[in-house]
Design a protein around this ligand. Structure first.
Ligand SMILES: [Zn+2]
Length: 423
């Protein structure tokens, strides 16, 4: 590993966060549909006069699209309550039973009745484990973008072997993938990790359509992961294509980037449904870790979603230092809302220190991306921008909010999509 003079890190850490939003928007009042007190927030830091933190969770005005009701409870807590109302734990066992029956029935003539995307992390491996325990016949799909840690890969191997699940691996062309990652970093948006997330999403739908599988089991749970604010993470196919067209080179060929017509085709013609299996159970991180370690020899990779070295570089170093985004807040907030930790404990964890990063991982990422330190600095010091500066489907989503609401009510699309993007 190359040693890098400390002075570089000192310089990189020293980002001055503007008092105003990095997106160049002044604070303004916005009337929200609920009629509650609403204001868009400054992107700012504690100790600034207009800094505010939710009275229930730990999300704060570093989230530029946050708003608070009269009791000081944030938009994301209200999304959580709406999700709790839709997925009450009292009826979960029955609901889960019904869904499992539906999946089994739809896939009875197929080798597989569902698809599970696996990354080696807790959520995806537990989804696979649970699917098997419920008597489902999943196909595990793994998207390799070239940055996964050995721990993650070994977790996948052990789990699929022990659970006797077939594993299909999709290898991205590494140069092509790096070009896409570099494009997002050059675009200077906080969404630089979405190529991976969106590629996995696209690959799962494509695979389900190809194999005639009707269900994709998703390992997300609002109770432990929360909902990522759209000003922190926004993704859609049009956005990825636009960023790649402006800052990348060539055409992505080794994996699909799903555009809206495809999503509509998969959802309405192929009738592929996404099921968030973990939202139907009382999902407790600590207990799940014990079960996975005991039954599948699963090993924790450390940190929040750090099963992948790019994600580690991105979440622990780039987001906090360049964008003032601390993703620990989303997960801690989710745990506070679902009673797995107290708000005081979460605040203590945040205040104990900023997100810790590993310098060797930062340097590894920069060199793997093919940049010299000087080249990296020109990218790093570009002023932050947002998805609003690029072409996205967001205006269309807002325009189509009623049909989207209806599709969500009919469970064709996950309801969280409406709450997050269209409400
Ligand atoms: Zn909140």
């Amino acid at each position: 590993m190359t040693t890098v003079p400390k002075v570089f890190f000192a310089k990189w850490k020293k980002r001055e966060f503007e008092k105003r939003s990095v997106f160049g928007r002044a604070q303004r009042k916005v009337k929200h549909a609920s009629g509650k007190e609403v204001r868009t927030a400054y992107l700012n830091v504690p100790n600034k006069p207009d800094y505010r933190r939710c009275s229930r969770c730990v999300l704060d005005t570093t989230v530029s699209d946050i708003w608070f009701d009269a009791a000081g409870v944030c938009k994301y807590c209200q999304i959580h309550d709406e999700m709790e109302r839709l997925h009450p734990l009292e009826n979960m066992e029955e609901d889960l039973g019904r869904i499992v029956e539906r999946i089994k029935k739809a896939g009875r003539n197929n080798t597989y009745d569902c698809i599970v995307g696996v990354s080696g992390g807790r959520d995806s491996i537990y989804t696979l484990y649970l699917a098997r325990k419920l008597g489902l016949r999943p196909l595990a799909v793994y998207f390799d973008n070239g940055w996964n840690t050995d721990v993650a890969v070994s977790n996948i191997r052990k789990a699929t072997d022990l659970l006797r699940v077939d594993l299909h691996t999709v290898m991205a062309d590494l140069d092509e993938f790096k070009d896409l990652q570099r494009a997002f970093l050059k675009a200077s948006v906080p969404d630089a990790d979405i190529p991976t997330v969106y590629a996995i999403h696209s690959v799962l739908y494509e695979m389900a359509a190809k194999e005639g599988i009707g269900y994709i089991l998703n390992g997300h749970s609002f109770r432990t992961e929360g909902t990522s604010p759209i000003s922190w993470t926004y993704m859609d196919g049009r956005y990825i294509k636009d960023v790649h067209r402006k800052f990348g080179s060539g055409v992505v060929r080794s994996f699909k980037i799903m555009m809206l017509p495809y999503l509509l085709y998969y959802s309405f013609v192929k009738r592929i449904r996404e099921v968030r299996l973990l939202e139907y159970i009382d999902y407790n991180k600590k207990k799940v870790d014990e079960i996975l370690a005991r039954d599948l020899g699963w090993a924790y990779y450390g940190g929040y979603h750090h099963k992948n070295l790019y994600t580690k570089f991105f979440q622990s170093f780039l987001l906090p230092n360049k964008f003032n985004i601390d993703k620990r807040k989303t997960e801690l907030s989710a745990l506070v809302r679902s009673g797995q930790m107290t708000r005081a404990e979460a605040i203590a964890e945040l205040e104990a220190g900023s997100y810790k990063y590993d310098r060797s991982v930062v340097i590894y990422a920069i060199s793997k991306l093919g940049w010299t330190l000087e080249e990296w600095e020109t990218v790093y010091f570009r002023p932050p921008r947002s998805h609003r500066d690029f072409k996205t489907y967001l205006p269309l989503i807002r325009f189509l909010r009623l049909p989207i609401w209806l599709a969500c009510k009919l469970r064709i699309l996950p309801y969280i999509l409406y709450l997050k993007y269209a409400s």
